[in-house]
Design a protein around this ligand. Structure first.
Ligand code: BES
Ligand code: ZN
Length: 879
């Protein structure tokens, strides 16, 4: 067991820094057995600091201190204290230069924070608090300095030496070593520092900015990946253009670099001028990466690029403000992805993520506001709430202000705070000042946790022609927060007439030219709206486009849902109606209220499948049944096996009844040989692979042959993987084993493809998957030190394979607890992320919930538990 409880950090304890650092001069001597870091800081007292600080305190972690000098004079041990996590330099003057030399061991760094080695190259990850693993420094984002970095290493092993900014000097050194010096003219917090040293090839391009400056674009990868950079480079150029056009943001340095590394805790990192990417989030070719990977890469490249303004030029004052950069940047990358593809599909994907995963987080033990007020380990707060809900909050501001005023607000924000470290409140203030709107109550979105529940009821007065809508909002209690106040909610609404068209929404009897869609603004616990001049009772289309991250309770009939599926003018709500219908049917089976699958669902799917005049990108989404994770989220007390069973029955029934339509859909959407990333082409691939998987689900022989042929002949990974996945989840044992073996034989040398091979098996519906998972952990391609491998086997199994993970005997939970404990010693961040499926034990019925709790307790009792896992496990077991 852990002997001491980690300290909780509170927002209310924020104080401005006592000292500022204007300049940092770094010199790295990189060797095989370690690295020596020489750091010279130009320090002065912060005039805004209340009171006088006698001592300078710098953060550190796992550093071996070699020397400390002040203004060129080495200090004796009596002038400073090395407390391990802090270096205290006593009685310092008002302005001084401080030189600190530390020794670190990147080759032994398995936490992948600070400076570490990944497949032979040196690289860094400093956000949030990794810079302190490199040298002693005030490791907080409100200390912004100019960095100059000299990197020295063996020329043969590490021909490429990179850091932030521009290269200003390079040369030869003794013993076959060389150096390069980099200078970043923009002051930045140390979490944006980066260094790379390795044997890399360069893929180069240029981008001409709106003011005519030529930017040198460079993607550095290992030689074997040279052919997998095109998509990232194209995505980068599109992002740069989009940010100019939509936000008026021009790139500022002369070089923009991306480096791909295989071992990386996260997806990618926005270090100034030198973004570092997880290989899986940047490398792609049609043969090796599926459509989802291509889209993810485009979004991540954009996201990290967009941080150059929303994050780097304007950064966070403290880590409680994390959503200032992450929420805003996710909102920006979502706008970009919508513009590059299908806006409706993008909205469906984002809303699905919110409703399945963020709502679950918001209702669970780790629930926290978009701007949290306390944490133990900041790495645990890179959450769906900070990212996705944070983006939804910015989106609601956009909806309330409209595009022009929102743009005025973002311009003011960037101009007013350029070069500063600010708060979410400063962001909202800029939006208020630019628009003249009062967002006082709206700020509660940042302060109150929990998902608002809107209860909507209606009645129709046929005599008066008035349709009355009452909307009540309630926000559930969450850890540390009760009796919440009503929030300001933009509620987009349409009313459909029986002919399927949108009716005018007259809020006043005499309103002429009433719009057919309105955004109602909810600010009170209860509202009543009256719509006049209606000759029939309308069908309401509520929260169109998911205009706010809320749950909606309205007593739709199945007939109404089918009507909305066919007629709603809002594509998102057409999809939503289909989801609600399917949920209703599945839930009735789970409760045992209905014997069989409602014919009307089958017929609704039949018309989706057989009408090629419908938007096929939307149809591809509408055909996806609500996920098991979403059904768990909607349940009060989830019986995992019952949910899986009922959903499987619906799938079986649909596939049996629609066999002819599925085969026809498969043929109609055949591969035309070219690989394109348009919404139409993506939809066609999605449709044919959905059809294939449904048919194999019911053991269709003909479809098995189609899958084998598709697997062999596929010209791209989307189709190859689609066929493999369908076979893996089918009853055709020989065929699926043959395909899995063949796949590994073909692709064993490509780590990104091997990760997909692991994932498809970890997500397998076959009974006995847990035993197979244990075999995969012993597979020569599995590597405990590589987060992608861990995620693709253990993460996928525990997070995406409901039926196999939730075994009634608790074996899945015990397995996960063991792996979390094992990983906690080498990489606590990854261990903390992996444990999260267990934290939702309260959501599950017996015997699941109790056994999940037991497994969590076994993690809690582990010797020497990290702060990361401690925080999550303790909060989950509380009370
Ligand atoms: N700044 C983060 C990366 C990061 C997160 C570093 C946590 C250290 C700790 C980066 O901008 C980011 O948000 N990356 C996301 C992908 C993005 C598209 C949402 C990621 O890595 O998953
Ligand atoms: Zn980010």
């Amino acid at each position: 067991m852990r002997t001491s409880q980690p300290r909780t950090i509170y927002l209310s304890e924020y104080r401005v820094p006592a000292f500022l650092v204007d300049h940092v001069d770094l010199r790295f001597e990189l060797f095989e057995n370690g690295a020596r870091v020489h750091s010279t800081l130009t320090v002065r007292r912060n005039p805004e600091y209340p009171g006088v600080a006698e001592h300078l305190e710098l953060d550190g972690d796992s550093l071996k201190l070699e020397s400390v000098s002040l203004d060129g004079i080495e200090l004796g041990a009596d002038r400073y204290q090395d407390q391990g996590d802090k270096l205290v330099v006593q009685a310092v003057p008002d302005k001084f230069g401080l030189n600190v030399v530390t020794w670190i061991e990147p080759q032994n760094n398995t936490r992948l924070e600070g400076l570490y080695k990944s497949s032979g190259m040196f690289c860094t990850q400093c956000e949030a608090e990794g810079f302190r693993c490199i040298t002693f420094f005030p490791d907080r984002p409100d200390v912004m300095a100019r960095f100059r970095t000299r990197v020295e290493a063996d020329r043969e092993k590490y021909p490429v030496l990179l850091s932030n900014g521009n290269d200003v000097d390079r040369g030869e050194l003794a013993d076959g070593r060389h150096f390069v010096t980099w200078e970043d003219p923009f002051p930045k917090p140390c979490y944006l520092f980066a260094l790379v040293a390795g044997d890399l090839v360069l893929k180069q391009d240029t981008f001409t900015t709106c003011s005519g400056r030529d930017i040198d674009l460079r993607i550095y990868v290992e030689a074997r990946n040279a052919a997998k950079c095109d998509h990232a480079m194209d995505s980068l150029k599109r992002s740069m253009r989009w940010d100019e056009e939509v936000y008026g943001r021009e790139y500022d340095l002369d070089i923009f670099m991306i480096v791909a590394v295989d071992d990386f805790n996260m997806g990618a990192m926005e270090n100034k001028g030198l973004n570092i990417f997880n290989s899986s989030c940047v490398l792609a070719s049609p043969e090796t990466a599926a459509d989802t990977a291509f889209q993810r890469i485009e979004a991540i490249v954009a996201h990290e690029y967009f941080h150059n303004w929303s994050g780097n030029r304007v950064t966070c004052r403290d880590w409680f403000q994390l959503s200032l950069k992450e929420g805003f940047t996710v909102f920006r990358d979502a706008g970009f992805s919508a513009d590059m593809g299908s806006p409706t599909v993008k909205r469906i994907e984002d809303a699905t993520l919110m409703r399945t995963a963020q709502f679950a987080e918001d209702a669970g033990p780790m629930s926290h506001p978009v701007r949290p007020s306390s944490y133990m380990e900041i790495s645990n707060f890179y959450t769906l709430t900070i990212y996705e809900k944070g983006a939804e909050v910015v989106r609601m501001i956009h909806t309330l202000l409209g595009p022009e005023l929102f743009r005025k607000g973002s311009d003011l924000y960037f101009e007013r705070h350029d070069g500063q470290a600010v708060t979410t409140d400063d962001f909202v203030k800029a939006m208020e000042d630019a628009s003249g709107r009062d967002l006082g109550q709206f700020r509660l979105w940042y302060e109150q946790a929990g998902t608002p529940l809107l209860t909507v009821r209606d009645d129709f007065d046929s005599e008066a022609g008035i349709y009355r809508l009452t909307i009540e909002q309630a926000i559930p209690d969450s850890p540390g927060q009760t009796s919440k106040n009503p929030q300001h909610i933009p509620f987009a609404l349409g009313l459909l007439g029986s002919d399927g068209t949108d009716l005018p929404l007259r809020l006043f009897a005499d309103e002429n030219d009433a719009p057919s869609e309105r955004v109602l603004e909810l600010t009170a616990a209860r509202h009543e709206f009256e719509f006049h001049g209606l000759s029939e009772r309308p069908v309401p289309s509520l929260v169109r486009g998911f205009s706010a991250p809320v749950r909606v309770d309205y007593p739709w009939t199945r007939e109404q849902l089918i009507f909305l599926m066919n007629h709603d003018g809002d594509g998102f709500n057409r999809w939503d109606a289909g989801q609600r219908l399917a949920v209703d049917v599945i839930q009735a089976l789970i409760r045992g209220d209905e014997e069989g699958v409602d014919e009307r669902l089958v017929e609704a799917y039949r018309s989706l499948l057989s009408d090629p005049s419908l938007d096929q990108a939307l149809v591809a989404k509408m055909l996806q049944l609500p996920s098991e994770a979403y059904l768990v989220e909607l349940a009060d007390s989830a019986d995992a096996q019952a949910i899986h069973g009922a959903r499987t029955r619906v799938l079986d029934c649909l596939a049996q009844a629609l066999r002819g339509e599925l085969l026809e859909c498969y043929r109609r959407n055949g591969d035309d040989g070219s690989y394109q990333l348009t919404p139409e082409a993506i939809a066609a691939r999605s449709l044919r692979n959905t059809a294939l998987s449904w048919l194999l689900h019911i053991g269709d022989r003909e479809a098995c042959g189609l899958a084998q042929t598709q697997y062999q002949d596929a010209g791209n990974m989307t189709d190859r993987m689609g066929a493999l996945r369908a076979l893996v989840n089918s009853c055709f044992v020989t065929e699926r084993e043959a395909a899995l073996n063949d796949f590994y034989q073909c692709w064993q040398d490509d780590p990104q493809v091997v990760e997909q091979w692991f994932s498809v098996q970890a997500a397998s519906l076959q009974a006995g998957t847990l035993n197979h998972i244990r075999e995969l952990l012993a597979h020569p391609a599995f590597d405990w030190k590589n987060p992608n491998k861990v995620r693709s086997v253990i993460g996928v199994f525990a997070g995406q394979n409901l039926a196999q993970f939730h075994q009634a005997d608790g074996s899945g939970y015990i397995f996960l607890a063991e792996q979390v404990c094992r990983l906690d010693d080498s990489n606590p961040q990854i261990a903390a992320r992996l444990v999260s499926p267990l934290t939702r034990w309260r959501k599950f019925a017996e015997p699941y919930g109790g056994k999940m709790k037991q497994a969590l307790a076994s993690v809690r009792d582990k010797e020497g538990l990290s702060k990361d896992v401690f925080e999550i496990v303790h909060k989950s077991l509380k009370e």
